[in-house]
Ligand binder design. Sequence first.
Ligand code: IPE
Ligand code: IPE
Ligand code: MG
Length: 245
Amino acid sequence: MGTKDKIELDMENIPQHIAIIMDGNGRWAKKKRLMKKLGHKAGADVLEKITNVARDLGVMHITAYAFSTENWKRSEEEVAGIMDLLRHYLKDHIRNARKRSIKIDVIGDVTRLDEDIQQQILTLKELTKDKPGINLHIALNYGGRNELLRAIKKIAQKSNDGEIAPDDITEDYISSHLDTAGVPDPELLIRTSGEERISNFLLWQIAYSEFNFSDKLWPDYTGEDLKQAIWEYQNRDRRFGGRNS
Ligand code: IPE
Ligand code: IPE
Ligand code: MG
């Protein structure tokens, strides 16, 4: 049990929602002396595989950090490469939507993305909205602080318009104004590449998530690694501030 060869998971205790910070594409490409873009491409392929493994295990939601509000600081060439890759990824999913049982949507401030990408996102969301399978939420131009800021502005506007009073604002009310409205908080957050930080991901939602940091670079991450992370999650003592024994 719990060894790399044979991981026996408790199928009654599979996390409903797994958040993933897919980090290490750049280092992976560098190690292989490839262009960065190929690292990002390999990373996108791995997301595909991991989503399928998660779906087969019964996970309901994956939220994958693909591009942060801070990633605009990178070179124009790298950003353009990532956006091009995104176009291909979305196009491929739109073309094959009928065959796949994945519901896809995007979180983050999409208004800063190019018009054609915004259009592709809308099309894909509409095409997959009734799919029964796993929900893949791709975080694009996403930042936890930016998400909170946008939510607070929406709530302030409602208060200003007399729709709500300050006392109507509850934790659930705030959650329902985030990009993740309606999605349960992630029980498990995985970050690859050896970095042990949050980098502005899902700040509100991870209040009680279990963290799993992997040294693997994201393009090297496998379904077995995911199972191992879930196994470790299942062996944690989640207390939520109380006592279990
Ligand atoms: C994660 O990989 C993908 C994005 C942030 C877009 P990185 O590109 O950050 O990979 P490293 O950290 O440079 O290895
Ligand atoms: C976090 O990775 C963002 C994504 C994976 C999209 P970064 O590589 O941007 O994070 P830092 O800069 O190491 O904190
Ligand atoms: Mg990185």
